[in-house]
Design a protein around this ligand. Structure first.
Ligand code: CIR
Length: 263
């Protein structure tokens, strides 16, 4: 297994989608997801995480929360601590109660975002311990401030920008490792990203900006040839996964898991 500049991760937490996933929040206008296909795609995703060396805990579906398979949004997990978020849509707020006991198995203390703060961790981009927090319709200034304070208390640094396109910051920017970002044009000129190398996606491949680098392999959505060739030209191995049913819900590869290193 290769480690191309980022800390080796060894664990992931995912939540299997329930039948209610077909009623998840969406701005995509791509139709309703097919539950069975979503389940099959989720199984392939779990297999990929395991193949990348992650011990993967699969949580049971939460039928009363259609979007709860997008487990990334309810917690920010780092090597030094975990922060339970306060999702910026009321529709998802209750999901946090189901992740707290799970994270307490891995972290002695768990911090929280509290009112009036709201934050979806899909808005938080970890660049080797420097965290970029996107202010969006889900993440407000109070949430970003609290998150910054928590991260600084853990010894990390953080900066804030305004999300200008996509539901979350990470809908359109991913950190691949080795100082390389995969991004859409929307963030290509962002001053906070000036010092990083960038793979810039064409408009028609916007969805592929959300990728996950796991221990040197970059998981990318199937059907985006430019993204695949940019990531491979940057020196990474890729693994393509069908994500059609999650794309219909504005969800990408990072959204489906919490990935971290636990000792
Ligand atoms: C939502 O709107 O909350 C879900 N349908 C999609 C969440 C995607 N999560 C992410 O980008 N981190």
């Amino acid at each position: 297994m290769t480690n191309r500049g980022t800390i080796l991760m060894n664990r992931a937490i995912v939540r299997r989608p329930g039948r209610s996933v077909i009623s998840g929040l969406s701005t995509a206008d791509l139709g309703q997801p097919d539950y069975n296909l979503a389940l099959t795609q989720h199984q392939a995703y779990v297999r990929a995480l395991k193949d990348c060396g992650l011990e993967t805990m699969v949580l049971p579906p939460l039928e009363s929360f259609p979007d709860s398979t997008f487990v990334e949004d309810v917690a920010l997990v780092t090597e030094k601590g975990a922060i339970i978020t306060r999702p910026g849509t009321q529709f998802r707020e209750g999901e946090i109660h189901f992740i707290v006991p799970v994270l307490k198995k891995f972290y002695p203390t768990v911090r929280s975002i509290i009112p009036p703060g709201t934050l979806d961790a899909g808005d938080v981009l970890d660049i080797d311990g420097h965290f970029i927090i996107g202010l969006s319709e889900r993440t407000n200034k109070a949430g970003a401030r609290q998150c910054t304070d928590h991260l600084k208390a853990m010894g990390y640094s953080a900066a804030t920008l305004t999300v200008r396109s996509g539901v979350h910051l990470k809908s359109e920017v991913s950190y691949l490792g080795r100082n390389i970002l995969l991004t859409t044009e929307a963030y290509a000129e962002e001053p906070l990203f000036e010092k990083y190398k960038k793979c810039i996606l064409p408009l028609e491949e916007t969805y592929a900006a959300n990728t996950v680098q796991v221990n040197g392999t970059v998981l990318i959505p199937s059907g985006f040839p430019t993204a695949k060739s940019l990531v491979e030209s940057a020196g990474f191995t890729t693994r393509s996964l069908y994500m059609t049913e999650y794309q219909k819900l504005d969800g990408g590869l990072s959204c489906l898991s919490l990935r971290f290193r636990s000792h």
